[in-house]
Design a protein around this ligand. Structure first.
Ligand code: ADP
Ligand code: MG
Length: 730
């Protein structure tokens, strides 16, 4: 019987007991960073001079001097070998969703017939993986397949199992970025330079501005036995069919509810492993949907935070299996309930504090606060289409615009207090002077805001880009995405806004306007200019869609077309002037994005067709035959009129099944034809558009009929674990 597997896996799932987790006897503060070659270990394992040079590289962005590479590698090797490490790998972030690594042993011939453990500086600093095996968008010409990975000394090396992991960038032979880290680091540089220059208006001593990121990672857990009985989950990460269960999230009883023991053990396990790897885990809780959870560490410097997020996602997937779970990082594994995102809390800070923080100590502090808020808004306004393109993907597209996650329009929510403050500055008279000690001073009548007050402003959960106290929270990022995609776009856009702001202020100053007056004058212009991107209402409403279009915000909903924004003149100019990406790199990346989109839908369409024809239709036909048989038999034992009456219900079901069945069979055939036709299109962009416009809609229209059949067909026969099983058995 088709359902035998389903009942067996349900039974299996029920029997699972929570796995014991060995909790270290020490406190988290004792084992935090145990497997990281951090400063403490550098100090211990490196010669003093080398240690000092490394600190200069990490803290001040000094150039890494190759002369110290051997000493650094030797120190790392000694430390790692004490932990039982035998291998090392360059660990990088190609333009796929995950990370890549290739392990090599420390062993070398000792020239006396034996082996010796060796790790030379040049192996630490650079390697040459074959770039043709990773997405490169045509940058790599076939005769020159080489790519380089180069060590990123600002992200510390760490140990997983028996391997020393070395965070690296990945570039082509001709120098173009083939990863997320290179442009991310360039964007961090750009925003550092631009923000430092603006900061110096207020605090002349500031030398460096750092970007921070605090990510909140949402995910689902599904029992491993149930998961493996769903080919769609296994192959695509989401359920391509499945009717709503009677109960899902309507009772709001999961969010912040008590965490089931089996899940809590999993959480404890990943937290211990994360803390040992220096990831400062802090928060964990149930999320809105059943079997959905969230994890958030304390924010960190952005480059490190992103490495940590990539690492965390792989830890979660690995550890989940140990606990008999599968961790789903897909943005929308289940239809009809909330999907998963990854809120990115973004801020800028100097060594003296966070620039989006309003301490209200001096009027100048408040002017600085307003400046950074307004120029961030300007970045978001000028590049709202790009920010959307930076977070969109075939998988995240299921979330955006649906009634739960941020809408497919990027706007910003500031809250009452900050909005009032901007309105106030807009009305200020920058020519009004105060007399202080006989000197004429500008009247910096900017109200200060106690920090608590901002923190307590109502939070607009529908806003994709909300100010939340001392940071902006970009909420549209997909749960399985590399945060770098969104963060490098945001950093670069903010850098551009700040550069432009400074040019205009300096021009005023050169014309004899006082510094503060010049700043206020330009801010007033920008407050007026950015009004269209400020929106405090309900981002899910239809009125907002119409209003946003009137305001000129990007309202595109097709994923392949959103990606076009990367090649807008305005975007290319922004990335080129901030020195983050070249046109060639942008073009190559777009090819990859379109190709990835197509492949995702292609795989879904294949699995879906297979499930329909090999899993659903045979079972449905079998059930229909049982009913037909029953109708015949009733005729044998009852008079015709009575038999007809008794069979009415079954006849009705037989007919319904036929209708759904013929729709499915006909449309799966059409789906296959459409896909074949789309595959013949040469251009990646046009192909992606065809997959979006013509292929993907079949998945939805056919699914409707499969889900109807799920409700009609005998539960005992249904071959796939149902939502009520996937989402509630834990
Ligand atoms: P929420 O209420 O949105 O869940 P949390 O207090 O859990 O907020 O914080 C979410 C994330 O924001 C955490 O990673 C936290 O460390 C981070 N965060 C807090 N302040 C800042 C900041 N100034 N810049 C960047 N991230 C921050
Ligand atoms: Mg949050």
């Amino acid at each position: 019987m088709a359902s035998r597997l389903r009942f067996k896996v349900v039974d299996d799932a029920f029997k699972k007991r929570p796995v014991e987790v060995s909790v270290p006897k020490e406190r988290p503060s004792d084992y935090f960073g145990k497997y990281v070659f951090d400063r403490k270990k550098m100090f211990k394992y490196l010669p003093a001079k080398v240690y000092a040079k490394m600190c200069d590289v990490i803290d001040n962005g000094a150039h890494f001097d190759l002369a110290i590479a051997d000493a650094v590698a030797e120190g790392m090797k000694r430390w790692a070998m004490e932990l039982g490490v035998t291998h090392y790998t360059h660990w990088f972030q190609p333009l796929t969703e995950g990370t890549a690594e290739k392990h090599d042993g420390f062993v070398e011939h000792d020239q006396k017939g034996g082996m010796v453990e060796e790790f030379e500086g040049k192996l630490l600093v650079q390697q040459e993986p074959d770039a043709s095996s990773f997405p490169n968008g045509g940058i790599r010409s076939t005769f020159e397949a080489r790519g380089y990975t180069a060590w990123d000394p600002t992200s510390p090396v760490f140990v997983i199992g028996d391997t020393l992991m070395i965070p690296t960038v990945f570039i082509s032979y001709t120098g173009e970025a083939l990863d997320y880290k290179v442009p991310l680091k360039k964007s961090l540089n750009a925003v550092d330079k631009a923000a430092t220059a603006v900061c110096q208006y207020f605090y002349p001593d500031v030398k460096k501005v750092v970007s921070n990121l605090g990510w909140e990672q949402e995910y689902f857990l599904v029992d491993e036995s149930l998961f493996s009985a769903r080919p769609d989950l296994v192959m695509t990460g989401r359920t391509l069919m499945g009717h709503d269960s009677a109960k899902n999230q309507q009772m709001d009883d999961h969010y912040f509810g008590s965490i089931p023991e089996r899940v809590e053990n999993f959480m404890r396990d990943i937290e211990i492993q994360a803390l040992e790897l220096g990831i400062p885990c802090k928060t964990r809780h149930n999320e809105v949907a059943p079997n959905q959870f969230e994890l958030a560490p304390i924010f960190e410097e952005m480059n490190l935070a992103i490495d940590h997020n990539m690492l965390m996602m792989s830890i979660m997937k690995r550890v989940a299996r140990k606990h008999g779970f599968r961790c789903l990082l897909h943005e929308k594994p289940f239809k009809g309930i909330n999907g998963s995102g990854k809120h990115n809390n973004w801020s800028l800070s100097t060594d003296t504090g966070i620039l989006l923080h309003s301490p209200g100590k001096t009027p100048l502090d408040n002017l600085r606060f307003v400046t950074f808020i307004v120029e961030t808004l300007k970045a978001v306004y000028d590049h709202n289409g790009l920010l959307k393109a930076a977070i969109i993907s075939a998988t995240n597209a299921h979330r955006l615009g649906a009634n739960e996650a941020p809408p497919a329009i990027i706007s910003s929510f500031l809250g009452r207090t900050v909005s009032d403050l901007l309105d106030h500055v807009e009305q200020m008279d920058e020519t009004e002077n105060l007399k202080v000690k006989g000197k004429s001073m500008l009247n910096l009548d900017i109200p200060s805001i106690p920090h608590l007050l901002i923190d307590n402003t109502d939070r607009n959960r529908t806003s994709p880009f909300a100010f939340t106290g001392n940071r902006f929270e970009f909420r549209a990022i997909g749960s399985q995405a590399n945060c770098a995609s969104a963060m490098l776009a945001l950093n670069s856009a903010v850098a551009e806004a700040l550069i432009n702001f400074k040019e205009r202020v300096d021009k005023q100053i050169a014309e004899g306007v006082e510094k503060e007056a010049a700043i206020i004058k330009i801010l007033k212009e920008d407050i007026r200019y950015t009004k269209p991107v400020r929106f405090d209402g309900n981002g899910y409403s239809d009125e907002w869609k119409a209003e946003a279009a009137r305001r000129g915000l990007d309202c595109e909903t097709s994923c392949p077309l959103m990606i076009d924004t990367y090649l807008d003149e305005r975007t290319v100019r922004m990335f080129e002037t901030t020195n983050v990406m070249t046109r060639t790199e942008l073009e190559a990346r777009n090819e990859i994005k379109w190709e990835t989109y197509t492949k995702k839908i292609q795989i879904e369409a294949r699995i879906f067709g297979d499930l329909c024809m090999n899993h659903i239709i045979p079972v449905v036909t079998k059930y229909q035959s049982v009913l037909i048989d029953n109708v015949h038999k009733l005729k044998e034992i009852f008079p015709a009129e009575q038999a007809a009456k008794i069979s009415a219900n079954n006849l009705n079901i037989i007919e319904q099944i036929s209708e759904h069945e013929s729709f499915i069979v006909e449309n799966v055939a059409k789906l296959i034809d459409t896909r074949r036709e789309a595959n013949r299109i040469e251009s990646e962009r046009e192909k992606a558009i065809a997959y979006h416009d013509l292929v993907a809609p079949f998945l939805e229209s056919i699914r409707y009929h499969v889900d109807k059949l799920e409700q009609i067909v005998d539960d005992e026969l249904w071959p796939l674990p149902k939502y009520r099983e996937l989402l509630f058995i834990i």
